[in-house]
Design a protein around this ligand. Structure first.
Ligand SMILES: [Zn+2]
Length: 362
């Protein structure tokens, strides 16, 4: 399979259009037409990741964190040069995997055996557009099908969503008119429908192209404009529940054991350690910026990288299980998806990651 084909399939898993504006996702090193047989999945591109890829003869390294975010002026990093010398490509799926329908936080929820109730934040790099097109009634189905096939009309867990508004269009072709339909000189009446559907920014150009391709008019009347309502299935973090509710202290110990963390921090906020809480917000990685929204939607927030001041300022109880351990579960999810494409996939063993190799928990 070509890297381009793999990435096209990944558009259904982690659409590039979902990445936040400051991020840098996609193919960072390599050729789109190169053939890939074996993929190494890792949170980071590090010397150990590269050595392991060389050792296992992987053609592609898929990381969660990009190696660089901004434009680079010189390509003299020995690690990148070594990667290129070995003809290994590098792809990063970062905030597009965080905000995807099933992404980093879903994998975390699964690892913790939590039930997903809601999105924590609906923030993504994606915008939703409303596309409207008028179509003669005889051609409505072909236009609708083409738009759906190109990714239009998907709202949360529903597809083929659209509104059809029947109306009677009138027109009178004047002498100079280049006539495709109707009779010159008189008012013609034609039964039409206005087709309206929501389209994500990542699918917008494909949907517009598909409509133009099958529309009977040489110049179809199509309008599109951004809408504010975000897709409720996409965004950062999740609000979850668990079947057997635990008090704060037991919940922290449960998270520690499920994620295989040696130590974690439970910040009690305004609560006693014996308090039993219902709604659990989670976010894999660095979730500190989501504390205010977690405060509104949940009773406790589990994430990583909480700073001293974010703890002190929070009346909400917080569990800091670390960046690595809260993102680690997504690697197995990626491996499963890549394997389903018929490729070989392996995850960098935890013992090979510098973060665990070079940290001491004392
Ligand atoms: Zn991260």
């Amino acid at each position: 399979m070509r890297i381009a084909d793999l990435m096209e399939r990944f558009e259904h898993i982690a659409p590039m259009g979902l990445a936040l504006e400051w991020d840098n996702v996609g193919l960072l090193v390599g050729e789109r037409d190169a053939i890939v047989n074996k993929v190494l999945v890792s949170l980071d591109f590090t010397p150990n990741t590269l050595s392991y890829a060389i050792e296992t003869e992987a053609d592609l390294i898929l990381t969660h964190h990009p190696i660089w975010f901004k434009g680079i002026k010189r390509l003299n990093d020995p690690l990148i040069l070594e990667l290129v010398r070995h003809n290994i490509a590098l792809v990063a799926y970062h905030t597009n995997l965080d905000t995807a329908r099933y992404g980093v936080s879903h994998a975390l929820a699964q690892a913790l055996n939590f039930t997903v109730e809601d999105r924590l934040s609906l923030e993504t790099g994606n915008r939703q557009y409303m596309v409207q097109v008028t179509v003669p009634i005889e051609q409505i189905d072909q236009v609708r099908e083409a738009a759906f096939a190109a990714g239009g009309g998907v709202v949360g867990d529903f597809d083929r969503c659209c509104a059809r508004l029947a109306f009677l269009g009138t027109f009178r072709p004047l002498e100079a008119a280049n006539l495709k339909t109707g009779v010159r000189g008189i008012e013609n009446h034609i039964r039409q429908e206005k087709l309206e559907m929501q389209v994500s920014s990542s699918a917008l150009s494909a949907v517009l192209d598909a409509i133009r391709k099958v529309h009977p008019y040489e110049q179809p009347y199509i309008t599109h404009f951004p809408v504010q309502d975000p897709d409720p299935a996409l965004g950062l973090g999740l609000v979850c529940s668990m079947e057997h509710k635990l008090n704060l202290k037991d919940l922290a110990a449960y998270v520690r054991d499920r994620l295989g963390v040696s130590q974690l921090r439970l910040w009690l906020g305004n609560h006693a350690e014996s308090t039993v809480l219902e709604r659990i917000a989670i976010c894999g990685g660095s979730g500190a910026s989501l504390i205010p929204v977690a405060q509104k939607k949940a009773d406790i927030f589990i994430s990583g990288d909480f700073s001293y001041h974010s703890l002190l300022d929070s009346s909400l109880p917080l569990i800091d299980a670390g960046h690595f351990h809260t993102e680690r579960p997504v690697l197995d999810y990626l491996k499963k998806e890549i394997t389903a494409f018929g490729l070989e996939a392996l995850v960098l063993p935890d013992t090979q990651h510098e973060y665990l190799q070079r940290s001491l928990w004392i």
